[in-house]
Design a protein around this ligand. Structure first.
Ligand SMILES: [Ca+2]
Ligand SMILES: [Ca+2]
Ligand SMILES: [Ca+2]
Ligand SMILES: [Ca+2]
Length: 315
């Protein structure tokens, strides 16, 4: 540093002191620091983006391929991973309840979920079922938060029929996560948004983009999800659509639920109808082991090493 130049600078600074003092009352103390931060995340006018960022896609079973035969593969009530886009009345196939893929993406404010369905409701002409995402932030395969959205045809982001539920007493999943229990609790018993007295919430959004058959997109404010890594599970539900009955495989017995699989003893679909759900998909972290109900599959090599083959009997 050049010492000689410090004195003229000090002079300028002293000359500016009265001006600085006159302004000090109106300058927030951490103004500069705040300016460097991201904008507030919960501004009321902060709509989801018109263009959703690139995301990660989870593919699902296309049951239209077996719909004519009134059967489906890949449905497992045992792990609440359903593939039954059929009515209990005659096994009629409903493309708006058949998920083909779900893409998760994020920006600074929102998580986005784009549902690719087999098609629109043939009568109504839009995705008319209820579409949902469960979030499990503590990674125990029990959801804490449920984004729950009644479909619609509006192509702009809107809040109609958008609800966010929570399981505050922690009984979603019953005594044993993922698998069926005889005991059933009150599921997602708390409607967190819209808050009491309000008709809609701006914490969650939906739209059905124009010109895209069978696509519905949801957004939820990231501030509602406890951590930035979690398991998520998607739902298309034109049947029960009852957050208080989660997990469904704790609420519906095998016999009550029926099955879309013609090889099953409880075929056809009964009370648990018109539903498609995914396994639990990891986001923001990499699982290190397989778990029942999780999408993650360990690479084949590790699988062999971990599980091993039984030793051949001595000859
Ligand atoms: Ca499907
Ligand atoms: Ca959980
Ligand atoms: Ca359970
Ligand atoms: Ca509960």
């Amino acid at each position: 540093m050049n010492n000689r130049n410090q004195f003229p600078r000090l002079g300028l600074l002293l000359a500016a002191v009265p001006l600085m003092l006159s302004n000090i009352a109106s300058i927030p103390f951490f103004d500069v620091e705040r300016a460097d931060r991201l904008p507030a995340q919960d501004a009321a006018d902060d709509l989801p983006d018109e263009t959703i960022p690139e995301g990660i896609t989870k593919d699902e079973i296309d049951t239209s391929r077996t719909a004519d035969a009134k059967t489906a593969t890949g449905d497992s009530l045992r792990i609440d991973n359903l593939e039954r886009p059929f009515t209990q009345d005659g096994m009629a196939y409903h493309p708006e309840t058949d998920i083909l893929a779900v893409t998760i993406a994020e920006d600074e404010t929102y998580y986005y979920f784009s549902f690719e369905l087999k098609g629109n409701d043939a009568e109504k002409g839009y995705p008319s079922a209820t579409y949902g995402i469960e979030f499990d932030s503590d990674l125990d395969l029990r959801g804490e938060t449920l984004l729950w959205v009644i479909g619609g045809q509006e192509s702009q982001w809107n809040n109609e029929g958008v609800s966010i539920y929570q399981d505050k007493n922690g009984d979603v999943g019953g005594a044993r996560a993922v698998i069926p229990d005889a005991f059933a609790g009150d599921g997602y018993e708390t409607l967190a948004h819209p808050e009491s007295g309000q008709e809609t919430t701006d914490f969650g959004w939906k739209r059905a983009p124009a010109g895209k058959e069978g696509v519905i997109q949801l957004a939820i404010r990231k501030t509602l999800i406890e951590r930035d890594y979690f398991f998520w599970k998607a739902w298309a539900d034109g049947g029960a659509a009852a957050p208080a009955l989660f997990d469904y495989n704790d609420t519906f017995s095998n016999t009550q639920a029926g099955s879309p699989d013609k090889n099953s003893a409880v075929y056809p679909v009964k009370e648990l109808e018109l539903a498609d759900s995914t396994c639990w998909a990891a986001y923001g972290f990499q699982p290190t082991r397989e778990q029942t109900g999780c999408c993650y599959k360990a690479p084949a090599k590790i699988k062999v090493k971990k599980q091993g083959e039984p030793e051949p009997p001595p000859s």
